[in-house]
Write a protein that binds this ligand. Sequence first.
Ligand code: HEM
Ligand code: HEM
Length: 240
Amino acid sequence: MSEASLGTHKAGTHKEEAVYVYEAPVRLWHWANAAAILVLCVTGYLIGSPPPSIHGEPSAHFLFGWIRFLHFSAGQILVVGFVFRFYWSFVGNDHAREIFRPPVWRKSFWLGVIHEIRWYAMLEREPKKYSGHNPLAILSMHVLFVWGTLFMIVTGLALYGEGQGPGWIHRLFTSWVIPLFGQSQTVHTWHHMAMWVIVIFAIVHIYAAVREDIMSRQSIISSMFSGWRTFRDGGPTDEH
Ligand code: HEM
Ligand code: HEM
């Protein structure tokens, strides 16, 4: 066990063990990030498939202005949160590192991934209990979430800098991203398509969190609120 903070208590007839996993900054980031992504997906979808024009003076109702304003504000929250979360992966506890630098060089990590796939396919009878994320969660969070979000940030800032005109965002992002893709419309298309990668990740992620909360005999969702993982019938069975 990487953390020394292990305690036990008797609850009713069964025994529970608890480990402190998610530090407060990670929990705060998780929920702020989830809210920002929800706003980004709804407003981004509306930017790509705009509602019909409405009557009246645009400066009075400012409908599309609000949609874009919300998208850019949530985008800025996402960017600042991501930079902070990356920094925290260096200064936080061991679990804070998991989704940024997965131990892909370890055989036990890949055996854990295979075990989790079999567990989700209902081919395993016993769940493995990890104090942090399970290896399959780490792999999908690293590939789909970390790289997916980085892609959204780079392409989003490139489009933003294009609208804003000369300035540091234009210099840092627009100046090379748009030539790399060929033209602005292609960046729009990729920024749009990658949204669906994030949406699919979020749907599977929420399904897996609810499923594991019920099936894996350890706390999952409440851990992202309290920071503590409690294990029914004995502590973690595996580390990676
Ligand atoms: C998970 C994160 C994000 C999602 C899901 C998302 C989604 C979308 C979608 C679907 C579009 C419409 C593309 C099209 O069909 O033309 C869009 C446009 C745009 N997004 Fe994002 N986005 C995200 C992050 C960001 C970030 C971080 C920024 C930068 C601040 C950003 C800036 C923009 C800009 C400038 C546009 C074009 C607006 C326009 O042409 O009116 N996005 N986004
Ligand atoms: C109702 C919505 C959500 C719920 C209930 C939820 C629940 C959870 C839970 C329980 C964990 C910890 C899993 C574990 O212990 O292995 C977690 C981690 C995580 N979730 Fe969510 N989540 C939600 C929305 C989202 C969204 C929308 C995203 C982004 C698309 C997201 C991205 C992540 C990431 C990246 C982690 C890893 C945290 C870290 O190690 O820093 N979550 N989530």
